[in-house]
Write a protein of this length. Structure first.
Length: 363
């Protein structure tokens, strides 16, 4: 039986918590959150105590307890993760979005020094269409990959706007962004959307050699176009649209020497839910989804727990997260300079510090 301690649950989806509760061979033994009411609520559901501070939780935990921290952003949860790793504990954390690779490196160093394991949650690798695409491409179904086109569109959450000082009177392409603008874009399409596809493409195709990025933004939208050239010569264009005036959608097309393979969420959803208009919107709400008796998030949790219990190979490592973030950092660098960025020309230390060499040829 694997004993779990939940840290920072205020932002965790309720279904994710239900997955943890329904897993076999696991036992939730403690809950801590910065909001005591939420911690008490979930502690009652889990049948375990809630703690007023992380220090109290840590002192009460068995030595082999695993810390699960998926409800906070990495910058908020980093202190807790470092403390848990310094205690030699295994940690399952949310895949970072808007942090530097040096933050992950700090945690990797702590894990190595004290014997713990650091695992990141990235459920997109467990989505069945992504696994099927990778399997078919790896088996040579469409031959050698030459070009990939990816789209990921997300409507703007209520009261959420881009606050980066971009032109709000109309759409304009932006290049040579300064550091302040990049920092203001940490909740943007690049970090919330394009990062997902950068990680999936690295997983499916291989490592990235060159990155070029362009961005346009208004008060109510953020659009990023990232072009990647891979070590094997393949080219990928990633469109990430935060503030899309429609429902969430993702699509990908791989073109190879023997054919093309595609996925489009707008063409595969078999379940349509129409809800009456609420007080916020005067229009009815339509939700589309693909019904399934399996849950990728649940499968991922089972996989991560199995890795901790049996030592099996994880589908995603913390080193993977570092490599994906280095590509994102290179995209930021390209936005600052207006030039392509070569990852291979920069040392690992350069990429950790957020620096990479501009220049290069995407052709």
């Amino acid at each position: 039986m694997i004993k779990l301690a939940l840290i920072g649950i205020c932002g965790t989806d309720a279904c994710y918590m239900q997955h943890l509760l329904s897993m076999e061979h696991t036992d939730i033994v403690g809950v801590y959150d910065e909001q005591p009411e939420r911690a008490s609520e979930w502690a009652e559901r889990c049948g375990c105590p809630a703690f007023a501070s992380y220090e109290e939780l840590d002192a009460a935990l068995p030595a082999n307890a695993v810390c699960v921290c998926t409800g906070l952003s990495l910058d908020s949860q980093k202190p807790y993760l470092l403390q848990a790793l310094a205690s030699g504990r295994h940690v399952i954390a949310r895949m970072p979005e808007a942090v530097g690779a040096e933050d992950i490196q700090d945690m990797l160093d702590a894990a190595q020094a004290h014997g713990g394991r650091l695992l990141f949650s990235r459920p997109e690798r467990f989505y069945y269409h992504n696994m099927d695409l990778k399997k078919r491409i790896g088996a040579g179904a469409i031959g050698r990959i030459g070009m990939v086109n990816v789209k990921r569109y997300c409507p703007l959450p209520s009261a959420d706007v881009c606050r980066d000082g971009a032109d709000t009177d109309g759409v304009r392409w932006t290049g040579r962004l300064n550091d302040e603008t990049i920092e203001g874009a940490k909740s943007s399409a690049l970090h919330r959307l394009a990062l997902i596809d950068i990680d999936l493409l690295r997983w499916t195709i291989g490592e990235v050699a060159t990155v070029y990025a362009m961005r346009t933004a208004t008060e109510r939208l953020d659009y990023v176009l990232v072009t990647l050239k891979f070590d094997n010569g393949a080219i990928a264009n990633i469109e990430a649209y935060w503030g899309y005036p429609g429902t969430y959608a993702s699509a990908v097309e791989y073109a190879g020497s023997k054919g093309v393979i595609r996925y489009d969420s707008r063409k595969t959803n078999g379940l349509h839910i129409h809800k009456a208009a609420d007080t916020v919107s005067s229009q009815p709400v339509r939700t589309e989804c693909s019904p399934s008796f399996r849950h990728p998030e649940y499968d991922e949790l089972v996989h991560l727990i199995s890795y901790i219990r049996d030592g099996s190979e994880p589908l995603m490592t913390a080193e993977d997260a570092c490599s994906t973030l280095r590509v994102v950092i290179a995209a930021e660098q390209s936005l600052r300079t207006g030039q392509p960025v070569e990852l291979a020309s920069a040392s690992a230390a350069d990429m950790v510090s957020g620096e990479a060499r501009g220049g290069g040829d995407l052709a």
